[in-house]
Design a protein around this ligand. Sequence first.
Ligand code: SF4
Length: 488
Amino acid sequence: MGETFIYPDPPTENVVMGSPVDEFDDSAREACGVVGVYARGEEAARAVFFGIYALQHRGQESAGIATSDGRSIRAHTEMGLVGQAFQEYDLSRLPGYLSIGHTRYSTTGSSNISNAQPIISKGTSVEIALGHNGNVINALELREELFDWGLSFESTADSEIIAHLISNAPADNWSDRAAYAMRRLQGAYSLVIMTVDKLVGMRDPLGVRPLCIGRLNGGWVLASESCALDHIGAEYVREVEPGEAVVIDDDGLKSVYKKSSKGSFGNCVFEQIYFSRPDSILDGTLVYSSRMAMGAELAKEFPVDADVVIGVPDSATAAAVGYSQESGIQFTEGLVKNRYVGRTFILPDQRLRELGVRRKLNYLPQILEGKKVVVVDDSIVRGTTTPHVVKLLRKGGAKEIHLRICAPPIISPCHFGVDLASKDELLAANMSVDEICDFIGADSLGFLSPEGLMKSVSGNKSQYCMGCFTGEYPIPVQLEMDKLVLEA
Ligand code: SF4
C-alpha cells in the first residue's frame, strides 16, 4: 500500500461558504459528475481535468482530482468551478497514468472543503480514493455501524461512508468488495474508485445515475456522461450496467460482479429531461433526440394557435425544436442567456434586484413584438423563475404566452441525489395546473404527461424512476429526508 499525499490543507477561509445568492435559479440541482482514467502513457490527471470540465453542469461547488503513478495516491481538492480549482501547478503535482476526478453539488452534507471529493480512505482491506454521484438513503444507519467499528469521519457527506465501507469491507478482492457494498448500500451510487494500481467503476443495482465506459489510446475511461469522453478524445464503449462492478488494470477491463435488481430499476428520467448534456448518449440514444421527442409529444398533447416557438435557453432548446417540427409553428430564439453567469455570493442592490431574471436572460424585442409565443421550458420546481420569464417576454412585446413544460408536474422530492426542494416548496405539490398558470401569468400552460414522457425516451419504460412526478419510488424511502442529516 503506498503513501498518500493530500494537499492543500483545508484553507480556513473556504471552510464554510454559505449559500450562493441566486434567487432566480429554479432548476433542479444534480449531485455530481465523476471521471476515471487508466491509460499508460497519458497524463491521466490532465485527461480527468478536461473530463470533469465537461461535466461542470453536474456540480459547481467543488472539484477534485486524485492520481497514482503506481506507487502512491495524491489528491487535490478545492472549492469552486473546475477551472478555478486547478491551475497548471496543481496538475503538475498530480503525476501518473491512473486518475479519478469529481465535481460536486451537495445533496448530502453542506458546501465546504471537507466534503469535496475524491475522498481518500485507508481501510483494513484496501486504500482507495473515491468519487460518488448519487445519494445513499441508509447513510445514517451505516454511519452508526462504522462508528461502532471505531472509524471516524472528516466530512458530513454520505460519500465518505461509502468510501469507508468499501475500504474496510471484509473481503480481499473487488468482486467480494462490490458484493459487500451492494448488499449494504441502499439508494443511488455511481462510483469511480482508484487504488494505487487499479481503476474501479460501480453502479447501484437500480442504475439511478449514469456511468459509462470509453477507450482512450489503448486505455480506459469511466465517466458520468459520454460528453466527457468526447471532450478528451475517448471513444464510447458502453454503460456500466446497473448492479455491475468493473475493474481496470494492465490486464484490461473485467466485469467482476453483477447484482440482479430483481426486476426493479430506477434510471432517473430527469437525466433525460434536464441534467445530462444534450450531446450525451443515454441508453443508446442522444439526449438531444429524446428532448426533441418530448417537445413533439407536448405539441400533440397541448396544441395552440401561435406565431413562434421559443425555448428557455439552453436546456429547453431541443424540446422547442421538437414542438416546432411537430406543430409546424416556426422555431426562433426569443431569449438570450448570459452564458458566463456562474453562482455568486454577491448580493444585488435594490436597483439590480428589480432587474431580476435579466441578469441571466434577456429578450429579443423585434422577434417577440406582437407575437403569440409558445415558450418551452424543462420543468417548474419552486416556481421562483417562471413568473419572471413570463414578465420578461411580455416586456419584450409578446402578445400571448403559452408555456409548455417538457416534464410532468413535480409533486414529490427526490431522494436519489437531486436537490429538488421539499414538498412544501414544490409549486405543483401545492397548486393545480390552473392555479400555477395564474400564478406565473401565462395565457395557457401544459405539462407533458407521464405517458408522453415515456414515449419520448428510449429503452424499457419500466426501467425509469419517476418518483418526483408520481410519489412512487423504485425502493421505499424515508420521506422528507434532510440533506444535512449527517451533520447532526
Ligand atoms: S425522484 Fe425524480 S429526480 Fe429523483 S431519481 Fe427519481 S426521477 Fe430522478
